[in-house]
Design a protein around this ligand. Sequence first.
Ligand SMILES: [Fe+2]
Ligand SMILES: [Fe+2]
Length: 246
Amino acid sequence: MPEEITKDIVAVVDQKNQQFFDNAKAQLVDLSQYSTQALEWLMMEHFQFSYANVEFLADAVKVTTAFDTDAVKKELIRNHGEESGHAAIYRDALKRINVDLDTRVEFAPTTQFLKTISMLSNKDPSTVLGSMFATETAAIFEHQVFREVSKEVIKRGNWGEQGEKLVWFHDMHLAGVEQSHRDELGIFLRGLSPDQTIAPQEGDRPTIDVQQALKGAYQAVETMVVWWNAMIAEAQAMSKMHTATA
Ligand SMILES: [Fe+2]
Ligand SMILES: [Fe+2]
């Protein structure tokens, strides 16, 4: 029966991610409730993922060598190459608007989040594929949110053209970089049913343990949800404190 067509795992993971985006976005639609200090702090936490992601990709490349085709590994190498210089650009762009990462104090939920993503990036190849697909999808959302946060901070501080590099950094990622990271990994997951155990090798696509890929993606989304909730709560608390003392 045509109406019985089950969603493939790309659709299933996208649905999970969409719930996460919608919830987080709803809390960040009105940036006026956040103090500038809180918004700057959020950017410094987002930088941590941007910085660490290069290592996660390097780990993912190593793990996916074990797949029976090299197509996933090749894509991750391409992604890694693209991301390699980005943390330095981001750090400099933030410094131009006086957000100095050297002043950052460790935030435990970020440490925990990065630890979990690192753990997922070092598991079996199918878990790594699922987890990377989920985080690359979320990267689109992150750059959308942080583009708005950046613009708000630039506006409040009258940073003018000193803020251009930061907006450009997010624009550049949104102009296809993250979309292609997501799509090029998604190719390997398309058409796989969530009820399937193993997807046998076909053309470029390696043999995939579908359940592991799905689990990896779910775990990645779950840890992103926990991290974002913690960041938003902290930013809100920080903003209240600021208004109370301002
Ligand atoms: Fe990047
Ligand atoms: Fe990416």
